[in-house]
Design a protein around this ligand. Sequence first.
Ligand code: SAH
Length: 558
Amino acid sequence: MEYRKNDIVTLKIEDCGIDGEGIGKADGFTVFVKDAVIGDTVRAKIMKAKKNYGYGRLEEIITPSPDRVEPKCQFARQCGGCQLQALSYEKQLEFKTSKVRGHLERIGGFTDIPMEKILGMDQPFHYRNKAQFPVGKSKDGRIITGFYAGRTHSIIENRDCALGVTRNKEVLDRVIAHMEKFHIQPYDENTGKGLVRHVLIRYGFFTDEMMVCLIINGEKLPGEEALVKSLRQIPEAVSVMVNVNKKRNNVILGEKVRLLWGQPYITDKIGEISYQISPLSFFQVNPYQTGRLYGKALEYAQLSGNETVWDLYCGIGTISLFLAQKAKMVRGVEIIPAAIENAKENACLNGFDNTEFFVGKAEEVLPEQFARTGERADVIVVDPPRKGCDETLLSTIIEMQPDRVVYVSCDSATLARDLKYLCERGYELKKVCPVDMFPNTVSVETVVLLSHKKPDGHINVKVEFGEGEGKVPLDNIAKRAEEYKPKERVTYKMIKEYIEAKYGFKVHTAYIAEVKRDLGLPMYDALNAVEELKKPRKHPTAEKVEAIKDALKHFEVI
Ligand code: SAH
C-alpha cells in the first residue's frame, strides 16, 4: 500500500537505521521513525512520502520495547547530541556491532568477519573531556547556553549535559553570571553582532586540570579580571583563555588565542603517556575509551621493539607515542602544522627519541618518502577522518607491503571500502574490534588488523644451469646476485669515517649536505644536515668537495 504525507500509520519497529532511527513496515511500506527503538509498536505521522518508503514522526508509543529505557537527560529527544539514549546500553552495543558488520558485508563484500566483542563502557555517561556550548538568547531575551537542536542552530537550554563532566555546569553558571553583570551580549549568527559565541571547556580526566576558553567575536572581553577571579574559585581550573573568531561562519574556533590566566594548555594522560592539550588541539574526547582504542591498535601492531612503523593521520601524535613505547622507529604524518608541533613537544615531554613527524598529506608524504628511501615498513597504522583514505595512499601501502596494517576508523562505511581495496591486493582481514567511544550516539569507532598474505611474495621460475642455449652459466649467478643485492644505506657517518681514514681530515655534516645538494641528490636522510644548510656558513674547500665526491663514489651513491 502507498501512503501520503500526514497519513497516520501504526507499525512495529523491527530494525534500526544507521542514524539510530527506528525502521518498521506498514503494509509493505517502509517507514523511518526518529526516536522509535527496535521492539516498539508506535503510531507515526508520515511527514515525507516516497513510492515505497517514507519518514514518520513519532506520535505515540503504543507498546514500548523491552529494550527501551528512560533517557537520563530530559532533552534527549530534541537535542542533536544523543540519538540512542532511549535504548538500553546493551542494545546500543549490539546496534553498533551490527552496523560495522553490515558495512563490512555490504560494502566490503566480506563474509565470516573475524569480529571481536565490542569494547563498551561500564558507565556510559559523563565521558566527554571537551564541551563546546553555544551562547545565545532565549525568546524572552535571557542569555542562554546549551546545545543545538538536531540539524538546526536553535539552542536547547541545558547547562548539565549527561555526556559532559558535571563541573561544566558551574563554569557555565559563572560565565553567564559574568555576562549578565557586565552586560555582555551573546553573539547572534543572523546579524553577526554580539560578543560571546561559545564556551569551550576541556577537562583532564587523569590530572583533574580544567581549561575554560571563551570564543569571542572581538579582541577583548569586558571585566576579564573579574571573570578570571570567578573561574579561579573552581579548584580544578588551571587555564582561562579567549579565542578570537570574528568570521561569520559555522566554524567554532578562530585561529588566535590569548591567555587570561594560568597556563595555555592542560595536561592529560592516556596510559603512561602525557599529552599537553591547547584549545585548538584535536584530542580524542573520551579518555577512558581512548586508552582502550589505542591499546587495541598497539595489540594489533604486534610490536617487539625492532619494527619501523608509520602512523598516518597522526594528529598530535597520540597513537604514534603509544606505538613508540614498543617500536624501533615511529614516523607520523599529519596535515595540520600546529598538530605536528604538539606531536614533537609531546614526544619530548615523554622522552621519546624514536619518533619523527612530517607535516603534509599522508597520500603525498608516504609515497615521497618511500620513493626516496626505499625503506619498507613493518606496520602501517592509519586513522583517517570520516572520508577514509585516499586511493593513492592505499596503493602506496600495497607497494610497500608492510606485514601488518592497523586501520583505526570513525566511519565503518569508508573503512569497508578501503579494506576491500587492500584485501583484493594481497591483504587478509584478521581481526575487527568495534570500540564504543561515543555511548548514546550512533557513532562507532573500529580497529582492524590486516596482515599480508605472503610477507615475502615470490615467483617460481624454472631455469636450467650449465652450458648451452637457454641455460644459465653457473658463474654468472654470483655476479647477478651481487647486482640485485640491496644497497646498504649510506649514512653521513660512513662518509665522514671514510674521508678521515683516507684523507686524514674531518668534514662537517653541512659540507656533505651541501655537496649532495649541489649534485642534486636527495637530502632526506639527515634532517639536521638540511637544517644546517639553512645557517650561514663557509663553503667547503675544493679539496673537501673532492674528498666528499670520492666518498660518494666509493659508496656508489653517484
Ligand atoms: N590519530 C589521531 C588523530 C585522528 S583524527 C588521534 O587519535 O588523536 C584524523 C586526523 O587526520 C586529523 O588530525 C586531521 O587533521 C588529519 N588529516 C586529515 N586529512 C589528512 C591527510 N590527507 N593527510 C594527513 N592527515 C590528515
